[in-house]
Design a binder for this molecule. Sequence first.
Ligand code: ADQ
Length: 733
Amino acid sequence: MVIIAVGVASWTYWQATQEQQQLQNDLTARTKLLARAVREAVEVNVANNFIATVDRSVKRLAERERVGGIVVFDSHAAVIAVSDPKHSTTELAALVGRALDIDQEQSRTFSVEGRDFYALALPLHDEQRVSGAVAILQQADYIKQEPWNIWRENFLRLFLKVLASVLALLLFIRWFLYRPISRLTTQLKSARLESGDAAPLRLPRIPFFRPLIREIMHIRSHLADARGRAEIEARLRMEKIDSPWTGDRLSEMAKEVLKDRMLVVVSNREPYIHTKSGGQLQYYFPASGMATAIEPLMRSCGGLWVAHGSGDADRQTVDAKDHVAVPPDDPRYTLRRIWLNPQDEQGYYFGFSNEGVWPLCHNAHVRPIFRKEDWEAYQRVNQQFANAVLQEIKDVQHPLIFVQDYLLALVPRMIKKQRRDAVVALFWHIPWPNSEAFSICPYRSEILDGMLGADLLGFHTQLHCNNFIDTVGRTMEALIDWEQFEVQRSHHTTMVKSFPISIAFPNGDANMIADPTTPRSSTDVREAFDIHTPHIVLGVDRIDYIKGLVEKLRAIELFFEKYPAYKEQVTFVQIAPSSREKIESYRQLDEQITSEVERINAQLRSARWKPIVFLKHRHTHEQLNQLYKAADVCLITSLHDGMNLVAKEYVAAHDDERGVLVVSQFAGVSRELKEAMVVNPYDVEQVADVIKWSLECPKAEEMRRMKKMREVLKQHNVYQWAAEILRTMVGLG
Ligand code: ADQ
């Protein structure tokens, strides 16, 4: 502004000077012309002394030419004629005198009565002689005045221009800056205050705002995301405080955190196995801890479950894509079945997984067997599972893949190699041994590498997490962050975290199928199994050396030896479905246990009592539930067990807050259910004594313990477990 003002002032000064000069020149020229005209009109009359004629001429010319004044002098500078007497001043006389003296025209500007006049004196001649002079007076005020006009005009113009510019600027700012910025501000403010879904952005389309708008859109979307997450977190935290997790809450939470993302579970065991019996299609739920735990998650969240189709009628029930909607009576999600050829199944499942990795991970003193051909089958089948998943997710962005267990350790790497956008988690349902025990595996590096393909690795207990990280540290090159519990390898990070698995509680067992033949009460159970004793001690274990069944039978025998008064007072009911019968050691164990039961029964039985009721067939979860309710004590003597869901199912069944739970110190559940009676299954004496203590436990103590364990289960049920895993997975990508 100052620069403009200085520029205008300089320009005006120059213009005013020029103008003034120009006016002065004009005035001089005009005056000269007039003076000459007057001279011509009066020269002869002055020479002849015709004063009256001169006077008339002067008055006429002064009027006609509209000049300031005309004065005619004689050769002595005395006034002969004057158009207006006030013009005859001494200054004019002096000027005329000089003109007469030197016989040359003279001019100057002077003031008459406060007004400026320009005067020109021109000598008159008679022949060669100076006969007088004529003086012309012209008003010259305007020459002084004109520069001020110019200054005023120019500054007025400048002022108007500045005013116009300021107005234009204000309008520009108002329309092109203030309005868009205020709109951006409103949008940002609404983004900051918004509670529900963000309203669509209506931002100005002005090119120079584009980078700013882009940033604002990012901020807004990040803000919306962060708020969304915080709201979910806060709500879930509040809900967590107020109420236990349920299937509905998990499904609501899953909808919120998954949005449109697809959830794929991958496991060896399928949740529903179709069989044919007497030409009739049937299905059953397998006796598998993994399936028991994952099923509620899939019921709540939907999605796809990829598993091995092991039933003899499985192929009959799938569509062209090997899909079948399950649960068959109330479809909630899709099961994609994988078909394994018998040799591969033998090598992968029975061989490498269950003769190799299973004993490797369980400290049950059974030597693992590693055969090269089993390892090759394991790799092939893992690839087969990975391929099936990759095919299912080929058109899906950012899917969540939840792989189950030691049978599919290589799948995470296989999937991640092809699909970096997928978030892959692997849950290890069995224990992880210490690094020394694991080091005997010839394929340890390959297994660890396969597992470390996952973004998240879950174990039941912190001890298993510690063992795993320690094993990685001692087996391969990897960066270990003990604080965050993360392993970094080949630019990929795997989080290692404990998620103690649980069961569907308190809203019942998802897999219970109403069956009219199921005993309804404790009396029904006693009748159904021909039990006549006041006490029942229950065991539910697959036939597996890790479950410590041989040790359990020894403890039962010792119990009756030590406390014979309990004969005919207690019946041990052992549910023991066979498993992995194709493995020689399992067959032998099955036989060993069966003959031990027979031996003890034969040795101790009476006419109306046998100490052990041994049930090898499959039961529905509802049947098991009735047995749990009827049992005074549940006895779990695992030599090593990741968690053991039977313990939790027993507690869940006791809404009467009665019953005593006895668990092995080597089962993960002993870390969680601290009110259980914890035993060392190898110490048969201790187990026998604890059975007695449990049967004699005062009712108040029994209820106190059961109540506390039910509280733990209520807070840490399978829905909470699944929610924690889902939330962690979503948080990883
Ligand atoms: P499992 O070794 O199979 O699981 P567990 O956790 O006890 O052991 O689960 C067994 C499941 O099978 C229970 O839900 C039980 O009700 C059911 N079941 C047992 N006998 C049955 C029968 N006769 N008929 C029908 N159902 C029967 C593995 C690990 C465990 C870990 C689970 C879950 O070995 O340590 O707790 O996975 O992660």
